[in-house]
Design a protein. Sequence first.
Length: 304
Amino acid sequence: MPIRIPSDLPACRVLEQENIFVMTEHRAASQDIRPLKIAIVNLMPTKEVTETQLLRLLGNTPLQIDISLVRMEGHESKNTDTAYLDKFYIPSSELFTRKYDGMIITGAPVEQLDFEEVDYWKELCSIMDYAKKNVYSTLYVCWGAFAGLYHHYGVKKHGLERKMSGIFMNERCVEGEPLLRGFDDTFPIPQSRHTTLYKEDVLACKDLQILAESAEAGVTIIKSNDNREIFMTGHLEYDTLTLAEEYYRDIGKGMKVPLPKNYFPTNNLNRMPTSYWRATAHLFYTNWLNYYVYQQTPFDINSI
């Protein structure tokens, strides 16, 4: 089944070319079925790229999904035109008037700042508080995960001496976890961050459970005991060349960043990277939508 998005959203054309099942608003209006309502709080500077990456994964499901893209009102985007945001995004004030089956809060390039120094921090805290009672399941990604863990549970982030960039293998920490159903015993997750979590800090919070960790990247997937919040420190949504583009961008700025690990074949910049996390990404998002959203959210969305 399709994701439901505006027919003129740029991601729509890309996804249709990839044979991802999308449905325009006009066609969706003629169907007698309640779609899942998913809000994406997109904090990434490259809005169109992130939209396409996430919609590609959300579209690989038998469920019809109604997408709302959300922007921060207290932040002026430097990389996306205001006209684009006004056309395709709703402001957070409008978000607060609705209820959603699921929400995704993305990463953001502000992880080296203290949370309170981020210009939209108070607004984001309001969104995270709102989600507690008005969204059935919220998925926090990368910086979004650090922000959610800090705001809701007081789990602090810790700076790394060097940027963690690359593809890192992970192992499940629990058996029978629906979110990881069908996963291989070890599975890859792209990472791109300057901060990390201390495992002991997460274990000290009895309301949280560690689902997966990496020998190199540390704790990578966490959930709340009530299954209403999922935290992932990496970027399963990344395209094949995203890490390469970030690496060349950072080098171009004069930053001293390491070569992404386990990414360029034989660590040769002249060799094209290949994706080996795509199947894991699709399975992760399908499992989240199925087991933690669709099968749990009430049919009457107003009763969330």
